[in-house]
Write a protein that binds this ligand. Structure first.
Ligand SMILES: Nc1nc2c(ncn2[C@@H]2O[C@H](COP(=O)(O)OP(=O)(O)OP(=O)(O)O)[C@@H](O)[C@H]2O)c(=O)[nH]1
Ligand SMILES: [Mg+2]
Length: 455
């Protein structure tokens, strides 16, 4: 049975006895979302231009919001931008403006009003009262898309956790039911309101999900430790959603590259790691990761921490930027801000402007001198990118000389496994090997050092 959760108390959308908002399928069921997809909802977008930062480009943000809403499966029928420097604490846009939007929503037969900015639970509640229909914010739309795209058990748990944490402070009385069965086993009798029961169930479910995800995280840590025992360095492809990260991985891996590519936002949620070989023979691990977006909801970043481990553990980040967009530097800084949040800001980064089959690359190279321009679709520029990746990876490894008795075939084999061997030369009874070592291999092989750091 699917129990319906009502985010809103008062409003009753036209023709319905209760709002359809947020069917969370018994807290953890299949049917989840803030936007109903059993039909195409009609949406009004509302954005506030606070004029504080001329570079914020409200129009670009509204275009992105429209794309997010479309990806979530609804139709935008109108878009309202209001100039306002200080948001109203009760209604964000001010009561007068809210009443205007209500009139517009009636006229256009709109189901939901979507705000570009994050609404507080109180603002959302007050606005829904005025609109007589649901008001949600950009965060809810992003959560919806993630929920729709999650396919693995881990991805589903992560998204559900983020949704429930977003929902918890927004639980309201009067009709805000998660369960039809308050009064059954586990309730505290007539003294406890339905709202308290709902909240308790929600908190319980949140704890359960957190525990589950912790378990997954420790398994992954062990795996990454195992991986660390090999000489291979790891590269994570990161970037704004829809920049072409999965396309790039597929291009590089060739026939076995099976990352899912789609012209939609957040097509990839789960990381995908593949082994590949660089031109110099070194093997690396290459991972495709979830796309970022401006103001990525905090709960999502938190919930996706386990997935983002592949980013934090990487030796190099290949930061893919969609060069065909109007202001790619905005995407670039949004991604860097998420990287800062997850503690990955000190990992070396190679900026790769993608989709160069659609634009002239020269402008970006001036602003970002160490970047490269490619087309993951045509392969243009990929060789140069690979050379840059090899250089950046190599520069992290120091060169040493090892001297190993020729009789120790086992050790020589170990060096080949754990180090990048550059030159080998026989000196009497010994083999002298010039090698690149990472810190792990260095500790294991240091007693055979002939010379400290060569470079
Ligand atoms: N013209 C052109 N289109 C590209 C290029 N690379 C990717 N695309 C298109 O851009 C869209 C997004 O590509 P994806 O590889 O799914 O992007 P992503 O960065 O993995 O996106 P998410 O997983 O959603 O974050 C798809 O329609 C691709 O075909 C390119 O070099 N040129
Ligand atoms: Mg992808």
């Amino acid at each position: 049975m699917i129990t319906r959760f009502l985010l809103v108390a008062d409003p009753q959308p036209k023709g319905q006895t209760s709002t359809h908002r947020g069917a969370f399928g018994d807290l953890g069921g299949e049917e989840r979302g803030f936007i109903d997809r059993s039909f195409r909802e009609r949406i009004i977008l509302v954005g506030v231009d606070n004029q504080s930062d001329k570079n914020q480009l409200i129009e670009a943000q509204m275009a992105e919001l429209q794309q997010l809403v479309a990806t979530a499966g609804a139709d935008v029928v109108s878009s309202v931008i209001q100039k306002k420097t200080i948001p109203d604490s009760a209604t964000y846009i001010g009561r007068g403006k809210a009443i205007e939007i209500f009139a517009l929503a009636e006229e256009l037969d709109v189901d939901t009003v979507v705000f570009n900015e994050e609404l507080t639970p109180a603002q959302q509640f007050n606005l829904e009262k005025i609109f007589k229909r649901s008001a949600i914010d950009r965060t809810a739309v992003i959560l919806d898309i993630f929920a729709q795209n999650a396919s693995t058990p881990e991805g589903k748990s992560q998204v559900e956790l983020a949704q429930l944490q977003y929902l918890l402070p927004r639980l309201r009385g009067r009709g805000g039911t998660l369960s039809q069965q308050a009064g059954g086993i586990g309730t505290r009798g007539p003294g406890e309101t339905k709202l308290e029961i709902d909240r308790r169930r929600l908190v319980r479910r949140i704890h359960k999900l957190q525990k589950q995800l912790k378990g997954i995280s420790s398994t992954r840590t062990n795996q990454s430790k195992r991986r660390r025992k090999s000489v291979n360095q790891s590269v994570a492809i990161v970037g704004y959603t829809n920049a072409g990260k999965s396309t790039l991985l597929n291009y590089l891996i060739g026939s076995t590259g099976d990352a899912f590519v789609a012209n939609r936002l957040f097509a990839t949620l789960d990381p995908l790691t593949r082994k590949m070989q660089l031109a110099g023979g070194e093997k690396i691990y290459l991972s495709d990761t979830v796309g970022f977006v401006r103001n990525l909801p905090h709960h999502l970043v938190e919930a996706f921490k386990t997935t983002l481990d592949v980013v934090i553990d990487a030796d190099l980040l290949v930061h893919v930027v969609d060069g065909s967009k109007n202001a790619p530097d905005k995407d670039l800084s949004a991604v860097r801000s998420v990287l800062r949040d997850i503690g990955a800001k000190d990992i070396p980064e190679l900026i790769v402007f993608n989709k160069m089959d659609q634009v002239d690359p020269s402008t970006y190279l001036l602003d970002y001198p160490n970047s490269v321009c490619v087309s993951a679709k045509t392969g243009e520029g990929i060789e140069k990118m690979m050379a840059a990746i090899s250089d950046l990876l190599r520069s992290q490894l120091d060169i040493y000389e090892l001297e190993i008795p020729l009789s120790r075939g086992d050790l020589i084999a170990q060096v080949h496994r754990e180090a990048q061997v550059l030159i080998e030369d026989v000196h009497e009874e010994n083999l002298v090997m010039r090698v690149r070592l990472d810190t792990f291999a260095y500790t294991r092989l240091k007693k055979y050092l002939r010379a400290e750091k060569v470079t």
